[in-house]
Design a protein around this ligand. Structure first.
Ligand SMILES: *Cc1c(COP(=O)(O)O)cnc(C)c1O
Length: 490
């Protein structure tokens, strides 16, 4: 199976899956997509129902990564999703009123990024070997919190890879900072950058764009690469948990095989929900895909009107991983709905004018599959408190999703079973959660926040977060943006 850029009109630049994973972005700045979406039969689904999560992952990945050895994929899936997910890789929890929550945060960093970043480094490592690459890959990451830690955990001690991560010195939560500065592994490096997230991000972009640094890297035997969410190697593993959740619901009798079930996804960069759409195109019986946004409601407006307009105020919210105005993976949906030629045009308009409008027939196609809802800060806090009173404590991102479920039910009258994704442990955002529950404010100290939330909820603190409180701080360096290359070359 070949992969083509979403902007490749003539299908001229086909590459293998391994190459798509090594490159990340296509040379024309489009995103790689498989030439066809493999199909799941009813027999396939019945067989998947009897499998473990790693077996399901290997089965689905093998359909897309056709140049990989299926036995190697199973080995990687078992290493990624076995003991590193003590609560199960992707458990489904019923919370009443036929709402089923897919918990994607039982991995080593307690956020859903682990679902992709635990296996992607293994896929990259194999891609290096499969393509004969001898140089070391330096995975440069600028992070506002979740991605950096998940990438560090995923790439730590992976052969052929080094990973420097940069975070804004005052731009991450106390817990996120503690998680990163205590990171283990011989090939990791973490530095705080003086400035905000944009300063760190621009510093990384400047390194990528600097021909002199690239030449120096070449001499030293390495090259720069990235771990961001537009890489197909991050997207493909996310298809798996939709299939897995469906199988689990069938196995426990919550739905019958073939029933269509709507899915609600707290969304930022559109990677997670797009993976759900791919699962549906593969033949998984999913219903409406509910796109849940916070106050940064650019996608809600897009699905309602067909106009994508990023020229709007940016809000910093209590669900920061969804504070995004350019949802990069939406380009892949446009490609499937409108083809490469129109997609290239929309993306040019976005770059030039900050907005584009899709054709009416494209909008109708999208609206037949997706519905967008958003929750502002007050609605998110109210939902979090209401869910807690009803017996389920979640994090603010997950609360945005559950708020969207409530709005979807009210608007459509659909009271049937529904799947809603939970993307982070409540403990990762303990400060915001305590505030939403009206608890007395605790000091912005990770230990104090975890203890306060534990007293109120009685829920056990996830072991990786408890461990981060006791591990020694390894990385306390703070650098100016122009000093970032020194960290990389050291
Ligand atoms: C990254 C993230 C999201 C958004 O996922 P996208 O794939 O960017 O849409 C939602 N919740 C949490 C906790 C995240 O870390």
């Amino acid at each position: 199976m070949k992969y083509y850029s979403t902007r490749d009109k003539n299908k001229s630049g086909g590459v293998s899956a391994a190459e798509a994973i090594l490159r990340g972005l296509a040379p024309d700045k489009g995103l790689y997509m498989p030439e066809a979406i493999p199909q799941l039969t009813a027999d396939n689904l019945n067989a998947l129902t009897k499998m473990t999560y790693p077996q399901r992952a290997a089965d689905i990945l093998a359909r897309f990564l056709t140049d990989y050895d299926p036995a190697a994929l199973l080995e990687d899936a078992e290493a990624a999703y076995g003991e590193r997910f003590p609560g199960g890789a992707a458990p489904v929890v019923g919370i009443g009123e036929d709402v089923h929550v897919l918990e994607l945060w039982h991995g080593p960093t307690c956020a859903f990024k682990d679902m992709a970043l635990q296996i992607m480094p293994r896929l990259l490592s194999r891609a290096l070997a499969m393509t004969g690459e001898k140089r070391t890959a330096h995975i440069l990451v600028a992070t506002s919190g979740d991605t950096g830690k998940a990438a560090l955990e995923g790439y730590r001690d992976v052969p052929g890879v080094k990973i420097p991560v940069f975070y804004p010195v005052d731009g991450v939560s106390a817990m996120q900072k503690r998680q990163m500065t205590t990171q283990l592994g011989a090939n990791v490096r973490v530095a705080a950058v003086r400035g905000n997230f944009d300063d760190a991000q621009n510093g990384v972009k400047a390194i990528f764009a600097d021909a002199e640094l690239a030449a120096r890297a070449e001499r030293d035997g390495f090259f720069f690469s990235s771990a961001n969410s537009i890489n197909w190697g991050r997207l493909a593993p996310q298809i798996v948990y939709y299939v897995s959740a469906y199988c689990d619901l069938v196995a426990r009798g919550a739905i019958r095989m073939g029933d269509r079930i709507p899915v609600c996804v707290p969304t930022g960069n559109f990677g997670d929900i797009f993976a759900g759409y791919i699962a549906k195109v593969m033949g998984l019986p999913l219903g409406t895909l509910i796109c849940a946004s916070n106050a940064n409601r650019v996608l809600t407006d897009f699905f309602a009107t067909g106009t994508y307009d990023r020229e709007r105020p940016f809000f910093k919210t209590i669900s920061p991983s969804m504070d995004i105005l350019i949802s990069s993976n939406l380009e892949r949906l446009l490609y499937l709905a409108a083809g490469p030629e129109k997609t290239a045009g929309y993306m040019e308009a976005l770059a030039a004018n900050g907005k584009y409008r899709v054709d009416d027939d494209v909008l109708r196609t999208l609206q037949s599959e997706f519905k967008g809802y958003c929750c502002d800060e007050n609605e998110t806090k109210a939902q979090l408190a209401a869910s807690f009173r009803a017996g389920y404590l979640c994090d603010p991102h997950t609360a945005v999703g559950l708020g969207a479920v409530r709005k979807y039910r009210a608007e459509t009258g659909d009271r049937g079973p529904i799947l809603s994704l939970s993307t982070a442990s409540t403990y990762k955002f303990a400060g915001a959660v305590l505030d939403a529950l009206g608890a007395a404010p605790a000091a912005d100290d990770p230990a104090a926040l975890l203890n306060a939330l534990n007293r109120i909820s009685g829920i056990e603190v996830p072991a990786p977060l408890a461990a981060a409180l006791t591990l020694p701080i390894r990385f306390s360096e703070v650098v100016a943006p122009e000093e970032m290359p020194d960290v990389v070359f050291r």
